[in-house]
Design a protein around this ligand. Sequence first.
Ligand code: ARG
Length: 274
Amino acid sequence: MKTRKIISVLLVVALMMSALVLTSCEKEEDVLTVYTNAEFPPFEYLADNKPVGVDMQIAQAIADELGKKLVIKNVKFDTILSSISSGKGDLGIAGITVTPERAESVDFSVNYATSTQYIVMKKDAEIKTIEDLAGLKIGVQLGTTGDFIISDEISGTEDEETGEHIKGVLEGTGATVTQYNSAADAAVNMDSGKVDVVVIDMLPAEIVAGQYDNFKAIELVYADGSKTDESYAVAVKKGNKELLDTVNKVINRLIEEGKIDKWVVEHTTQSSKG
Ligand code: ARG
């Protein structure tokens, strides 16, 4: 009698435990994993050690639409796209500029914001165009479009059809590029004189420039007047049409409701305080 009782108690405990395991597995499936790099205010930055910002609100809206729990992974910017194309993460939301090269490895949602590159410099610097960066030490965030533009202008590029070398506007001028893990990191090194300027997207540039009394930021323009127009979109694993459709639906709704503009203003104010 007694052993029977013990056995049935054990059985009940085992059942309860397997039920627990099952529910936690189920929960796992109900998660939306978003990869970001929280070094890019107002789109993503840390507040009390938690990633917040415009992109994180977009991420939450998508998770809500899907009825899933949002999990944010804060990683280095240049690793985000490979984590999405490998299926490690569901979405990359990190102020990611759509480029033809990137579109080969992931699918992009509709655009939700636009930007251009900016040059952060000391207030007394008389730089007007990218050509004025000749011979200077230029800081960028590794793997960003600012990095690509400056690196290409320093080393030159190749004509895709003829393979002919196209001279960069900074080529042979002695200009150098230093890649940092964040714009904030680059700014610290500009403050100490290790680099002369920092090239990064508009809003992060304005915010970081505002954090130093002797910094200013101007738009990056070429001597011929051309600029670097960029659009931000959410990265989805190639071919995941169902998720992409939901992301597009949510973004279109947020734009229509004026939410994204509102969040940009709110998070610019909030992240500028720090
Ligand atoms: N828009 C630029 C790019 O796509 C910079 C993005 C950096 N984003 C970030 N969260 N650090 O390359």
